[in-house]
Design a protein around this ligand. Structure first.
Ligand SMILES: O=c1nc[nH]c2c1ncn2[C@H]1C[C@H](O)[C@@H](COP(=O)(O)OP(=O)(O)OP(=O)(O)O)O1
Ligand SMILES: [Mg+2]
Length: 197
């Protein structure tokens, strides 16, 4: 079976990539699956694209083969786009999903229903030895709930209600999330590259 390395240490993301790529008969291996001591890539960029490139290019350089990365986050209009590229470390360096969700709920406490609009953003980067990095970007529009509900998914899923739904992303079955998510929308744009693998 063909394989692709995903430069992520996020188990939630890794599982979604495994599901997407298995439909193409490709095995997605995350950094959690590889028996190398790979470094934590510092996300020092100012955009999703810069951070995605940093992750894919550093791991590609070490492994000398094509590497896909995902830099993603939640962009909330009432918070001027925060947490944005800082989504993973919004409540501190420990990357605590529950603390991040709590911080957003508190900041959104007095924001009325019609001003709770937000979107998930996903930028995928594919780095290949000796070639230019490819980027694809996907979005999922929705609004921020007033409390956290649901057990599926990861990250901010318990407080994100996708447009057209009355439940949070964490209340949707994984297959349903994977039909409508920002990550799915970005992956769909990779079709041509996937078929050229
Ligand atoms: O589908 C999603 N559902 C809920 N939350 C999500 C989603 N997609 C991204 N997010 C949140 C999680 C994290 O707070 C941040 C990503 O940060 P980001 O740096 O891209 O990922 P990460 O540090 O967890 O793993 P890694 O860099 O190893 O891929 O946005
Ligand atoms: Mg990260």
């Amino acid at each position: 079976m063909k394989q692709i390395v995903i430069a992520t240490k996020n188990k939630g993301k890794a599982n979604e990539f495994k599901s997407f790529f298995s439909k193409e008969n490709i095995e997605a291996l995350s950094l959690l699956d590889l028996n190398f001591e790979l470094p934590d890539v510092e996300e020092t960029g100012q955009t999703f694209e810069e951070n995605a490139a940093l992750k894919a290019e550093e791991i590609c350089h070490l492994l000398k083969k094509p590497v896909l990365s995902d830099d993603s986050g939640l962009v909330i209009d009432a918070l001027n786009g925060r947490p944005g590229i800082y989504s993973a470390r919004y409540a501190g360096e420990e990357k605590d999903d529950k603390a991040n969700v709590q911080k957003v709920l508190e900041e959104m406490e007095n924001v009325p229903e019609n001003q709770r609009t937000a979107r998930f953003v996903c930028v995928l980067a594919i780095a290949r030895p000796g070639e230019n990095t490819i980027f694809k970007k996907g979005f999922c529009e929705g609004k921020i709930a007033t409390s956290a509900t649901g057990e599926y998914g990861f990250g901010y899923d318990p407080i994100f209600i996708p447009d057209g739904y009355s439940r949070t992303m964490a209340e949707l079955q994984p297959d349903e999330k994977n039909r409508i998510s920002h990550r799915k929308n970005a992956i769909d744009q990779l079709e041509e590259w996937i078929h050229s693998m």
